[in-house]
Design a protein. Structure first.
Lengths: 394, 394
């Protein structure tokens, strides 16, 4: 390659898609601090703090609480690859894209899948889950998505985990989009293997996947009959590095700087407090919702089942959804998300996650969206969205 | 967790272990630039540049040349999980830690392993490899480590790849420690699947693993009889995002900021030029070697087989190697590496990788090591190391 490549200077976007979300300047600054060794005693001290801060975020005392050194999909795979052995029966709930990905994970681990399917945009139906648990007394695991990023639906994790426990089933729970934005109460739920991502309501850079395993789940991992099929994600090995022993054993080279960033992002969450963060996400959601509904734009998910941090809304009749997103990005440096899978082309996904969940973003998004839709002669009500949103704040 | 956690301010170390190596301030600055979306058109443009720059670094025109979104171990697993199907026979060369890890990968993919073992600290013996290829005409793959990070030995990749081709075998080559520091000529070698890391001679932050696959290897991946056991690392899916189509399909959320850093690190390599970088690594190695040998410290690997960027040297008689590393870290903020596996306790591994391969580091390391060893009354010659090193530079 002979051509000289210029420096990459990214534009300053406002990130209101399904993630990554806006990253705090404090987190970006921490990210760029000098790299030190992954076995440096000072780094090991920081790792311990990250574990403690993640326990706070997950509301758990699980000793195995740590970030996997790769994005959320790898956190998902960590849970399945460590807990599923060939022939194991797993009940997988699907009400959006990520339940389908869970199914893929089970199949690739050699497990047998029992699907519990619900309409995209609805929550996981606990009655169907109970029926599946009763019909499959040999099931080892129940897997479901708490916060379905593809639709914005929030399922009742407490009930689903209770049902699983009553049927001697372990649970795998996807909290990629919920952690930090809505209650994720791992110990209160009695969840067994829970994974998340850093680029949603934690407002950290993408690339890490926090996970937490109950002692019960860890025992299952330790007593497997077959080796975990992934060397990189095998918790029996990873724990030699992330475990609590004084001696850290080299497994892989940790993404040192990304962990600086996660440390700072979790410090910000701790400063604000979980309850305050949940309340902030709810308030900004209510304001955005009031503005969108005033314009005449409706939600995919019914009231009460919605995630405040991920608003899947219906594209107005006759509007080219991709053209709107392009106009927002190019004209306003504003990113909102497209629909995924069954909802592609029909919805937008507007994120209000972590650092991005604030009044400025709500008002800016409503104003920009109204401007773009008006320019396209879309059938919306004009001049009412901002007032409606402001009424929520006052 | 009630305790408030303080900001983490890492010490400013000099990183002369087996990686991570010193990261250029330019790379750290790029790392902290504003996060944008992983499907943002501007980001996609940057991804294309990263692919081109990696082709330059790997000296290849392979279309499938990209960074895996996780550390080097995941790059290794990407190669094995995509190319090995259950029952496939794989010849694995082991002359240090990482050959053993390759073996583990094959076993976990359900493959059958034929080991070719050489003493730690020696190179892979091509005669033994040829014998193994002849004895196993049904072998599908030959896997070896070009630059053994645990011992500092550099094997003859050109010859090993040629032998494999002559026997209709694909090759998997570990270039984690060589890429950017010594010649890695993927197309000239005719190597098929090659992986590396960002935190060695590329002097980028840890967390990404560049890989390149020949068209021949990619065909094998596309024509598998069984699905790749890892969803996260399945190239059939990853290529929907990293491939060359205009439309990028969401697979996982890319580690956006780490990719900014890799882009900048590869720009630095391009500016210097590969040949100049190799020459710099060789010069600083010769200077360090002259200084160490003047002190009376010898190398593990015989002359001619050594990696200039990873100097495995013998701990002087009666010296507590861990105490020396601790004194260097605490007294001089200087990190050097311990021995791994069979060499633990007996050697140090002194890295001169990427940005860290410079005269200042060579002289600083020699001076600090001499000071610490003298304080411990180690049997070394004093007052000669710096002069010997400077003679190489003059």
């Amino acid at each position: 390659m002979a051509d000289t490549v210029s420096p990459f200077n990214p534009p300053q976007r406002t990130l209101m898609g399904p993630g990554p979300s806006d990253v705090s300047p404090r987190v970006l600054e921490a990210l760029g601090r000098p790299t030190i060794g992954h076995l440096d005693p000072r780094f090991v001290e920081m790792m311990e703090e990250v574990k403690g801060l993640l326990q706070y975020a997950f509301m758990t005392e699980n000793a195995l609480t740590m970030p996997v050194s790769a994005p959320g999909s790898a956190g998902m795979e960590t849970c399945f690859a460590n807990l599923v052995e060939p022939g194991d029966k797993v009940i997988v709930c699907q009400n959006g894209v990520f339940g389908g990905r869970m199914r893929e994970n089970v199949v690739r681990c050699g497990g047998e899948v029992v699907m519990v399917e619900d309409e995209w945009g609805t929550v996981v139906n606990p009655h169907k889950v109970e029926e599946a648990l009763e019909a499959n007394p040999d099931a080892k695991l129940l897997a479901f998505v708490h916060a379905e990023t593809s639709t914005g639906a929030q399922s009742d994790a407490a009930t689903l985990c209770r049902l699983a426990r009553e049927h001697q089933c372990l649970t795998i729970v996807d909290t990629v989009t919920s952690l930090g934005g809505t209650p994720v109460k791992v110990d209160e739920w009695g969840a067994d293997a829970v994974y998340s991502g850093t680029q949603k309501c934690l407002s950290c850079v993408p690339g890490l996947s926090p996970v937490t395993f109950s002692d019960r789940a860890l025992e299952v991992v330790k007593n497997r009959k077959t080796p975990v099929q992934s060397w990189f994600l095998d918790l029996n090995l990873v724990l030699g590095y992330w475990g609590s022993g004084a001696q850290r054993t080299y497994h892989h080279t940790a993404p040192v700087n990304s962990l600086y960033a996660l440390h700072e992002a979790l410090r910000i969450l701790q400063e604000e407090g979980l309850e305050a963060s949940w309340a902030r996400h709810e308030l900004n959601h209510q304001a955005l919702k009031a503005g969108l509904e005033a314009m005449g734009i409706g939600f995919v998910v019914k009231e009460g089942d919605r995630l405040p941090q991920l608003n899947a809304v219906t594209v107005p009749e006759g509007v080219d959804e991709a053209a709107v997103r392009k106009a927002l990005l190019e004209g306003f440096n504003l990113e909102i998300g497209a629909g995924l899978g069954a909802l592609a082309g029909r919805v937008w996904r507007i994120g209000l996650m972590g650092h991005a969940s604030n009044r400025r973003n709500v008002l800016f998004c409503l104003a920009a969206l109204e401007t773009v839709l008006t320019g396209m002669k879309a059938p919306i009500r004009k001049g009412v969205a901002v007032d409606a949103a402001m009424a929520v704040y006052s």
